[in-house]
Write a protein that binds this ligand. Structure first.
Ligand SMILES: CC(C)(COP(=O)(O)OP(=O)(O)OC[C@H]1O[C@@H](n2cnc3c(N)ncnc32)[C@H](O)[C@@H]1OP(=O)(O)O)[C@@H](O)C(=O)NCCC(=O)NCCS
Length: 232
């Protein structure tokens, strides 16, 4: 619920910049999304059911709201991160929105969504880690997360990362103070970026090959059907 919106397991989790306290998960390729992928963002968000949209945006977002949100994404100012499946569909995405308020210049807001079938695999937490690392590297000192109080999964993610959660009735606001970037955060981000790009290229080529083979198969079936007709 926010205006906002591959990491490995080295967490912001367990507190930004602190040592990890839980079992590392496998490396998850998280890619930085560009403006050419607005349609994918739309498809991802439209696939969310009504209650998930409410949790994500804090209001009952219609398809029209989602189209407007995607059209308004500022890829120069903000960062959008995504996790893709083999068909290059976005199964999880996060929006790190940098503050436009000069008095909160070093603040950013985090929002995230994971498609229902991909939940519980740690993607939400990994996206948060990735966003925190990027935010630190961009000089952000405080990250905010607005969530409904009922959103236990989201609040679990941010609490585990060391955020302070302030409850205000049905809504909660969490904030996490970020330590300054280090050589490690800069190098890690470069490595994760390269890994995610490589993964994306492999998935794209593999999808192209599968689409090509499906096309060949369709032509073969068409030829067979034609033969069958002319023989009959
Ligand atoms: C909140 C959301 C992003 C979490 O995504 P996710 O990928 O499932 O999150 P993770 O797998 O990292 O899980 C986070 C925690 O919630 C728990 N969790 C996730 N799904 C769960 C489920 N179905 N049942 C029980 N626990 C669950 C996980 O076990 C994990 O806790 P742990 O670290 O103690 O194991 C996802 O549910 C979602 O997209 N919801 C709709 C949109 C939304 O609420 N956005 C957040 C507002 S900004």
């Amino acid at each position: 619920m926010t205006s906002a919106g591959a990491t490995h397991s080295s967490p912001a989790h367990a507190g930004a910049g602190q040592a990890a306290t839980h079992q590392p998960l496998r490396l998850v390729p998280i890619r930085s999304i560009g403006p050419s992928e607005r349609e994918r963002v739309v498809r991802h968000l439209i696939a969310l059911e009504a209650h998930d949209r409410y949790l994500r945006f804090g209001y009952a977002a219609t398809d029209e709201h989602i189209h407007r949100y995607a059209a308004g994404l500022d890829f120069d100012r903000d960062d959008i991160f995504g996790i893709y499946n083999r068909r290059i569909e976005l199964i999880a995405m996060a929006h790190l929105a940098f503050s436009v308020d000069p008095q909160r210049a070093s603040c950013a807001e985090f929002g995230v969504s994971v498609l229902p079938h991909a939940r519980g695999r740690g993607y939400g937490a990994r996206l948060f880690d990735r966003a925190v690392m990027h935010a630190r590297n961009q000089g952000v000192s405080m990250i905010y997360i607005h969530a409904l109080t009922e959103n236990t999964h989201m609040l679990k993610i941010v609490r585990k990362a060391g955020a302070t959660v302030v409850r205000d009735g049905s809504e909660s606001e969490a904030h996490l103070t970020l330590p300054p970037a280090t050589l490690d955060t800069h190098v890690s981000e470069i490595v994760e970026h390269q890994f995610a790009e490589a993964d994306y290229i492999v998935k794209t080529q593999s999808k192209r090959f599968h689409d090509f083979m499906a096309g060949v198969q369709e032509v073969r079936q068409g030829v067979r059907a034609g033969r069958h007709k002319s023989a009959g």
